[in-house]
Design a protein around this ligand. Structure first.
Ligand SMILES: *[C@@H]1O[C@H](CO)[C@@H](O)[C@H](O)[C@H]1NC(C)=O
Ligand SMILES: *[C@@H]1O[C@H](CO)[C@@H](O)[C@H](O)[C@H]1NC(C)=O
Length: 360
């Protein structure tokens, strides 16, 4: 009998121990665009930024198209996995959850394909959850959890959670799109300045709603994605959009530094996805890639003339390719992004990486 109790006790401790080691933070709240969308856009009837059909998901468990713009899992999935959490569910899928605070507890994703930092960018693909709406949705989640956990517990819970923000590509893409009206009214410097200004406001609002640990992903070198290369006869990267992505990233880095000075109790990891993507393109063999220009799934020049829709072709070996479709990375590329954001050196993720951020 006594022996039974001992072994039961042992099992109990072994279990709680592995659980607490496995889960590194209470929750991840995800804000962003199609690089992180795990299904919100499936609920937006007017949006043309959708991925809930083949060949998306061809490498996802069960070969299931889920709304992820990927052949398999995306950056949000890999980040959650590293943290020992299930992927934060799409906010719009929780509308009918019977117990909302229960559904929200492990984190929620507000990311929506086609979203931008600026209101109006979401019209690029007709409908998306703009960053301003994402933050307002989070405010309702915040209120529900404060009511559930009580104010003191809730503040502890929020301050240990991660707030991952992956956005900005669509603002730049929209600006440089032929015939864009923002382009006619503003200079690219004005665009980038208003992006950083708006981002500052959203970060402060999240701070006031309990957020203390931010994971901010800079804009990748989107001038090198197949859709942009396809616009140049030589297939070269669009240097102008790359230049302004870089400019925005510099602005975002300084705004985070300034926020840290103003609010001493925040911490953040800023990820230089721009240069990590350029590394893939310049030294593909180091990362196991062979094809860095063409999309895996699509039709026409660089598989970028027709997007990844059911009639498109897709490549047999997805792990060879940096790009899954005309805009988005393959699962293989997303995995390396997250490995780097988690454990990478200060050259790519600063002032700390996500593993260090969690421990702070
Ligand atoms: C909802 O879930 C929370 C957290 O798991 C729990 O504490 C609470 O009792 C649940 N509420 C109802 C009405 O079931
Ligand atoms: C095509 O790319 C080359 C090399 O970057 C550049 O010099 C040229 O201006 C580009 N052409 C267009 C139409 O963007």
């Amino acid at each position: 009998m006594a022996q039974h109790y001992v072994s039961l006790l042992f099992l109990f401790f072994a279990f709680t121990f592995t659980c607490s080691v496995a889960k590194m933070v209470p929750a991840v709240f995800v804000f962003g665009d199609s690089l992180a969308d795990v299904g919100n856009n499936n609920y937006l009837t007017l949006s043309i930024a959708k991925a809930n059909f083949p060949h998306n998901g061809v490498d996802f468990p069960g070969k299931k198209p889920t709304g992820r713009f990927s052949n398999g899992r995306n950056a949000a999935d890999f980040l959650a996995e590293k943290l020992g959490l299930p992927t934060s569910p799409p906010y719009l899928s929780l509308k009918f959850a019977s117990n909302k605070s229960n559904a929200f507890l492990g984190g929620v994703s507000f990311a929506s394909g086609g979203a931008g930092i600026l209101d109006g960018t979401d019209r690029l693909f007709r409908q998306a959850i703009s960053l301003s709406n994402q933050v307002e949705y989070y405010a309702t989640v915040y209120a529900t959890l404060v009511e559930q956990l009580g104010s003191v517990e809730a503040q502890k819970y929020f301050s240990k959670s991660l707030y991952a923000i992956v956005i900005g590509s669509n603002d730049i893409l929209g600006f440089f799109k032929a015939g864009s009206d923002v382009h006619l009214k503003n200079t690219p410097q004005e665009l980038v300045d208003s992006m950083t200004l708006m981002m500052t406001g959203y970060l402060k609002r999240l701070y006031n709603l309990g957020a203390r640990k931010f994971v901010v992903v800079g804009i990748p070198a989107i001038g090198c994605c197949p859709s942009q290369r396809n616009q140049n006869k030589t297939g070269a990267c669009n240097e102008e959009s790359n230049y302004w992505c870089n400019k925005y990233n510099e602005g975002a880095k300084s705004l985070l530094q300034a926020m840290k000075t103003e609010f001493k109790d925040i911490n953040y990891a800023f990820f230089d996805s721009y240069n990590v993507l350029l590394n893939f393109i310049q030294k593909p063999a180091n990362y196991g890639f062979i094809e860095v220009k063409a999309a895996c799934c699509g039709l026409g020049n660089l598989n970028a003339v027709v997007p990844c829709i059911p009639i498109s072709h897709y490549c047999p070996k997805r792990t060879d390719h940096v790009f899954w479709d005309l805009y988005h990375p393959t699962e293989a590329a997303a995995k390396i992004f997250i490995d780097t954001i988690f454990d990478g050196s200060q050259q790519y993720v600063s002032p700390v990486n996500v593993r260090q951020l969690v421990a702070l």
